[in-house]
Every structure is written in C-alpha cells, then in structure tokens.
Design a protein around this ligand. Structure first.
Ligand SMILES: N[C@@H](CCC(=O)N[C@@H](CS)C(=O)NCC(=O)O)C(=O)O
Length: 218
C-alpha cells in the first residue's frame, strides 16, 4: 500500500487539520504527519511546498495530492470503504451535516477560533453565534435520535460527520456552550473522552507556539 502523509497545521489551532487526522486514526490507517506552524512569515511558502491551495490539511498519496479536509475524508472513505454510514438514508444525512459544517457556521468559526488547550474563555454572545450553537445542538440531537442507536457517535459508529464536528466540541469546551441540551452534552462527553482526540489534545498542550489572532476571550 502506498504510504499516506498528512500535512497539518498547529494542533492547538488548526481545526481543519484535526478532521482528517481523526478520521485516519479511527479507521486505523497508518500515516506520517508533517506539521507546518501557522501564522508565521514562512507559513504560506512552507505549506505551498505540499498544498496547491496554500492551506492545510493536505494528504499526499503517491503522486496524488488531495487538499481540503472533506475531500481528504472522502478519498480515504473511497479507498477503505469505511467512514460513512452504511445505510443510504443515514449516509445522505451524514453527508448533509458534514457539508453544512464544512460550508457554514461562520460566526462560530470567526468568534470562537479553535484553541484546543484553552479553558474557561468567555466572549460576548451575539445573535448569529447563538443561532449557530442552536443549529449544531439540533443537528447532534437529530442525528443521535434517528441514527445513533448502535453506538456513541452521531450515526452510531464513528463516521466522517464526527470528525467534522470534533473541532466544534473543542470550541464549546473552550468558550462554554451555555444551555445546550442534555443529548448534546452527552455527545460532547463522548467526543472529549475519545482516545484519538485526547492524543491530539496532549500534543496541542505540548506545543510552544501562540497565535495572537486565535487567543480570544477572557
Ligand atoms: N476548506 C479548507 C480550509 C482549510 C484552511 O482554511 N486551513 C487553514 C488552517 S486551519 C490554513 O491553512 N491557513 C493558512 C494560513 O494560515 O496561512 C479545508 O477544509 O481544508
């Protein structure tokens, strides 16, 4: 099998990098990682050695480069036959919520940048941020209620949808998600206890870089 190399950003801050990294770990696909620290003078040039978009993550597989977190997850799912739920309806909803995460929640993403190791940060709530949080709560409840019966994840077994929402769980953990539902809290606990996520968190804590733009809240 041709080796996989995943190019990622800082584990403390790179929410997009976390997604395919978690998926590869959960699918037991071996890979080498190359970490490019973000927000430094040489970052763009360093990433462009690997990724034509100048962004991370990127997956190198033989002659092929796949950039963009969701495209990487799709490629790995195609190669392994795993990653999406088996039943067509569940798979369709898993794709819909993953795409919604990938293209939406701009208030959450900009106001609450991922800062994996930070705790008890508080920022001013805005109506748009509140709406993003409510919608995420609704997604988690809906997926768990309709498809989560066979396990602790959104669709029972671990899927790309869980990888896509893992950075959101870390944001809720850093900034406090307020009055989210019991089912959403329960799902957050499952994600935070996950061994692969814990491995990422330990590495994030050990990093020495600080990105001022991502250090928000008091
Ligand atoms: N839609 C892309 C977004 C990737 C992205 O924005 N990555 C950020 C880091 S999390 C990046 O590479 N930034 C480049 C920089 O900071 O110079 C994906 O899903 O992979």
């Amino acid at each position: 099998m041709v080796a996989f190399t995943l190019i990622i950003g800082n584990k403390n801050y790179s929410s997009w990098s976390l997604r395919p990294w978690l998926l590869l770990k959960h699918l037991n696909v071996a890979f080498t990682e190359i970490l490019v620290p973000l927000d430094r003078p040489s970052t763009r040039e360093d990433i462009e050695k690997y990724s034509p978009s100048g962004r991370v993550p990127a997956l190198l597989h033989g002659e092929l480069t796949v950039w963009d977190s969701l495209a990487i997850c799709e490629y790995v799912a195609e190669l392994t036959g795993r990653g999406w739920p088996g039943a067509p309806a569940a798979r369709a909803v898993a794709r819909a919520v993953s795409a919604e995460m990938h293209s939406g929640f701009s208030s959450l993403r900009s106001l609450w940048p991922m800062n994996a190791r930070a705790r008890n940060r508080r920022t001013a709530m805005t109506p748009a941020l509140e709406a993003d949080i409510e919608r995420i709560d609704q997604i988690w409840n809906d997926c768990r209620a309709r498809f989560g019966g066979s396990g602790p994840w959104l669709f029972g077994d671990y899927s790309i949808a869980d990888a896509m929402f893992a950075p959101v769980v870390l944001r809720f953990n850093t900034y406090g998600a307020g009055a989210i539902s019991p089912a959403a809290r329960w799902y957050m606990a499952s994600v935070l206890e996950d061994a692969a996520l814990q491995e990422w968190l330990q590495a994030a804590k050990a990093e020495s870089w600080t990105n001022a733009a991502s250090e928000v809240g008091q």
